[in-house]
Design a protein around this ligand. Structure first.
Ligand SMILES: Cc1cc2nc3c(=O)[nH]c(=O)nc-3n(C[C@H](O)[C@H](O)[C@H](O)COP(=O)(O)O)c2cc1C
Length: 220
């Protein structure tokens, strides 16, 4: 009988990538070799998607001037976010937020924009009651990219601090498509041991046992 199971070493590699993947905001400036980038994008493209919709589109940013404009958009949204945190929480939290490093856009070797495709209303299968399954599918692609990058020794940072309409105008994205992630990809000095938001004392991780329920919902 042939086993469908991977070898112990292969299994260890999968779990290692999962456990050691980090959202990265510190990068070395070295470029990502084109063949490696292709391999990583191919890993993203192997993701599952609702009704085989494959709603992911990736835009490579190769012009420094556009990269700078994207950085500026993120800085604007960072300020808006801190202002709103200040309104909701006590003001030290606002200052703490502004101290966090929330992106590595200018430093990373490769900058990618992940967007939802246009004409998504054509896809009904699996989305009639849950249209957001398109975003879930793009997220699966990004997670594939994240894990494959970690295995290759590269870091990835998902930045969602931006106004999608402004970014769409900048990148000529059609009005029925939507950018959902600025992805900073590249070589890193070292990977954070824990989520950076934990290391910086901004957030605490919940334990798995708090989040698994049996038979019905119960409040955490
Ligand atoms: C959908 C999504 C959006 C995110 N947006 C940002 C962001 O704008 N800036 C940032 O610094 N981190 C962002 N992150 C990273 C999270 O902060 C990070 O995943 C979380 O703190 C856990 O850390 P880890 O990924 O290293 O395990 C985002 C992550 C996800 C999944």
């Amino acid at each position: 009988m042939t086993s469908q199971r991977f070898s112990d070493l292969e299994i260890a590699g999968v779990y290692r990538a999962i456990n050691e993947r980090r959202d990265m905001r510190h990068f070395k400036p070295d470029p990502v070799p084109p063949e490696l980038l292709q391999k990583l994008l191919n890993a993203a493209h192997r993701a599952p998607s609702v009704g085989l919709m494959q709603p992911w589109r990736f835009i490579r940013i190769t012009k420094a001037s556009i990269r700078r404009k994207i950085y500026d958009l993120v800085q604007l949204e960072r300020l808006e976010t801190s202002r709103e945190i200040g309104l909701k929480d006590s003001s030290p939290r606002e200052t703490e937020f502004m101290r966090l490093k929330v992106e590595g856009i200018l430093e990373c070797g490769e900058l990618l924009i992940a967007t939802l495709c246009d004409q998504r209303e054509k896809y009904i299968f699996g989305r009639r009651t849950l249209p957001e399954m398109d975003l879930a599918s793009v997220s699966c692609a990004i997670q594939n990219l994240w894990l494959a990058s970690r295995a290759e020794g590269l870091g990835l940072g998902w930045v969602s601090l931006f106004d999608p309409l402004e970014l769409s105008t900048l990148l000529k994205i059609p009005t029925d498509a939507k950018p959902v992630a600025i992805l900073c990809l590249g070589y890193v000095e070292q990977f954070y041991k824990k989520p950076m938001l934990v290391e910086e004392g901004w957030a605490k991780e919940k334990s798995l046992s708090e989040l698994v329920m049996e038979n019905s919902w119960h409040a955490i």
